[in-house]
Design a binder for this molecule. Structure first.
Ligand code: MV4
Length: 494
C-alpha cells in the first residue's frame, strides 16, 4: 500500500479523497494555490505544498509543479480528483516517468475515450449500442447532406474532440446543413484545436443515465449503481439521483452488463462512469468518464461502496473487494449541487465571503464541502459550495429528507441556488419521476424559484436569527434571497 498520497485538486473533492486516505491510515499531501492559502482542504491534509498563483493555469494545471511537490514530499501516488488534470494523459505519463502511481485508469484507456469517433468505433466493435450515425469525420457539406439523408432528420453535428455540448448543432433539414457545419467546425477549432465533426441521429427528449463501474488491474469489472442525471442546465448537472426512476432490475442488469463490456473493451482499471442516453426503452452509449465524478456520493449512499477508497486500493494493485453479486441497491439517494450563483441572473457565479454558515444534518444526510463560516469563495474556480446528499428507504423519503435539509441549510453572505433546488423538488413532474434533459426549460423552473423564495423567506429569517445573526445579518440572508424579493415583494425589502 502507498505510504503517502498527494491530492492534485482542491475544495470538496480534495477533502473527499483525503478522508479516504485517513480511513486507510495513509498520510495525505495537499497542493494549493495563492487563493487557497486559507482553504479547508489545505489545512485538513497532513502536509501542504504551495504550487503557484491563483489562476489554475499557473497552479492546479501545472504538471511540473505538482510532480515536484510529490517528489519533495515523498508521495508515492497522486489522486487527481475530477476536472483539472484528471483526464490528462500527459499528466498520467509524467507520473509514470517519475515513478509515481496515478490513481486512475491507464493512459491508454483515457486516450481510447478522447476522440468520440474512435470511441464510437471501439464500442460498435465491442457490441455496445451507439446512437445511429457515422464513425468518421466529415468536412464536405454535400457528403454531410447525403449521409444525413440516409440517417434521417433531425441529426446532430458533434465535434470529435469535444464534450459538454460545445460546438454541437441540431440540423432539421438539408438546407440547414451548410451554416450548421461551418459553425460547428469553427467552434470546435477554437475550443479544442480540432475541427473534426461527425453526425448522429438526434434523439428527442433523452434521459441521461450513467453507470458507475469498478475494475481492478486483473480485469475484474463490475457495475455499482446507475444514476439519473437529466436535471441539468446548459450541460451543467444540478440534481442527480440513484437509482434512476425508470430503472427496473431487468434494465439495470442489461445496461450494467453493457457498461462492463464498454470498460473491458478499453482495458479499463479504476473507478469510471459509462454515460448513456435513454429514450423510450432504448439506450445508447454516449461517452465514458475516466475519473471519479462529482455525483459519486449517491452511488456510495445506496451501495455502501466507498469509491474513493476502492480507487486507491485498485491503484495499489489490489484485487476488487466485491463480486457483482455483493452489490445491492439499498433505498434511494439524491444529490443537490449547492452553488454560489444567482439563479435569477442567468445562474451567474456569485463568489464572495460566507458570513454565516450552518449545514444540515440528521437522518440520511451527507454534506461534502470545503467551506466554513468566514470562508472567502475565490472567483478563480468552480462555484460549488457543497454537495448535499439525502438517502432514504425509497424515493419519497429521499425527497422529503432533501426538502428538510434544504430548509435547514443556512448560508449568509453569498447568493446560492438553494431556492432553485426547492423549486425543482416541489415540481409535480419531478416528483412523478417522468422527466428528461429538457426539464428545467420546459417546466420554467427559473420562474418557480421566485415563488419559492417568497414563500420561504420568513422561515429562513427565523432560522438565521437563531444562528445569532443580528438584524443586518438576517437581512443578508436575503443576500441569499435578495434579488428574488426584489422582483416579487419590493415592499418587504427593507
Ligand atoms: C445528443 C442529444 C440528442 N441526440 N446526441 C449534449 C452534451 C453531450 N454530452 C451529449 N449531448 C446530447 N447529445 C444525440 N444524438 C442530446 C444531448 C443533450 C444532452 C445529453 C445528455 C444530458 C443533457 C443533455 C442536454 C441537452 C442535449
Amino acid at each position: 500500500m502507498f505510504s503517502k498520497i498527494l491530492i492534485a485538486n482542491r475544495g470538496e473533492i480534495a477533502i473527499r479523497v483525503m478522508r479516504a486516505c485517513r480511513e486507510l491510515g495513509i498520510p495525505s499531501v495537499a497542493v494549493y494555490s495563492e487563493a487557497d492559502k486559507n482553504a479547508l482542504f489545505a489545512k485538513y491534509a497532513d502536509e501542504a505544498v504551495f504550487i503557484g498563483p491563483s489562476p489554475s493555469s499557473q497552479s492546479y494545471l501545472k504538471i511540473d509543479n505538482i510532480i515536484k511537490a510529490a517528489l519533495e514530499t515523498g508521495a508515492q501516488a497522486i489522486h487527481p480528483g475530477y476536472g483539472f488534470l484528471s483526464e490528462n494523459t500527459a499528466f498520467a505519463s509524467a507520473c509514470a516517468e517519475n515513478g509515481i502511481a496515478f490513481i486512475g485508469p491507464p493512459s491508454s484507456a483515457i486516450d481510447a475515450m478522447g476522440s468520440k469517433i474512435t470511441a464510437r468505433q471501439t464500442m460498435k466493435e465491442a457490441g455496445v449500442p451507439i446512437v445511429p450515425g457515422i464513425e468518421k469525420g466529415i468536412n464536405d457539406p454535400d457528403e454531410a447532406m447525403d449521409l444525413a439523408d440516409g440517417i434521417g432528420y433531425p441529426i446532430i453535428l458533434k465535434p470529435a474532440a469535444g464534450g459538454g455540448g460545445i460546438g454541437m448543432k441540431i440540423v432539421h433539414s438539408r438546407g440547414e446543413m451548410l451554416p450548421a457545419l461551418t459553425s460547428s467546425q469553427s467552434v470546435a477549432l477554437s475550443a479544442f484545436g480540432d475541427d473534426t465533426i461527425y453526425i448522429e441521429k438526434y434523439l428527442t427528449e433523452p434521459r441521461h443515465i450513467e453507470f458507475q463501474i469498478l475494475a481492478d488491474e486483473m480485469g475484474k469489472t463490475i457495475y455499482v449503481s446507475d444514476r439519473e442525471c437529466s436535471i441539468q442546465r446548459r450541460h451543467q448537472k444540478l440534481i442527480e439521483e440513484s437509482p434512476s426512476p425508470v430503472m427496473s432490475d431487468e434494465l439495470r442488469e442489461r445496461m450494467g452488463a453493457i457498461a462492463v463490456k464498454a470498460a473491458k473493451a478499453i482495458g479499463y482499471a479504476s473507478a469510471g462512469t459509462v454515460e448513456f442516453m435513454y429514450s423510450r426503452g432504448d439506450f445508447y452509449f454516449l461517452e465514458m468518464n475516466t475519473r471519479l465524478q462529482v455525483e459519486h456520493p449517491i452511488t456510495e449512499m445506496v451501495t455502501d461502496v466507498d469509491l474513493a477508497k476502492e480507487q486507491i486500493l485498485i491503484a495499489a494493485g489490489q484485487p476488487l473487494n466485491y463480486d457483482q453479486s455483493d452489490i445491492q441497491i439499498r433505498g434511494w439517494a439524491i444529490e443537490c449541487r449547492i452553488n454560489a450563483e444567482d439563479p435569477l441572473n442567468d445562474f451567474s457565479p456569485a463568489p464572495g465571503r460566507i458570513q454565516r454558515y450552518r449545514s444540515p444534518g440528521g437522518p440520511g444526510i451527507r454534506v461534502d464541502s470545503g467551506v466554513y463560516s468566514g470562508y472567502l469563495i475565490p472567483p478563480y474556480y468552480d462555484s460549488l459550495i457543497s454537495k448535499l446528499v439525502a438517502h432514504g428507504k425509497d424515493r419519497k423519503e429521499a425527497i422529503a429528507r432533501m426538502e428538510r435539509a434544504l430548509y435547514e441549510y443556512i448560508i449568509v453572505g453569498v447568493k446560492t441556488n438553494i431556492f432553485f433546488h426547492k423549486a425543482v423538488l416541489r415540481n409535480a413532474r419531478f416528483r412523478s419521476g417522468d422527466f428528461n434533459t429538457g426539464f428545467i426549460k420546459e417546466e420554467n423552473i427559473a420562474d418557480a424559484v421566485v415563488r419559492v423564495a417568497a414563500e420561504d423567506f420568513d422561515k429562513h429569517q427565523s432560522l438565521a436569527s437563531a444562528l445569532g445573526a443580528d438584524n443586518r445579518k438576517v437581512a443578508a440572508i436575503a443576500a441569499a434571497v435578495g434579488s428574488y424579493l426584489g422582483q416579487q415583494k419590493p415592499e418587504e425589502k427593507h
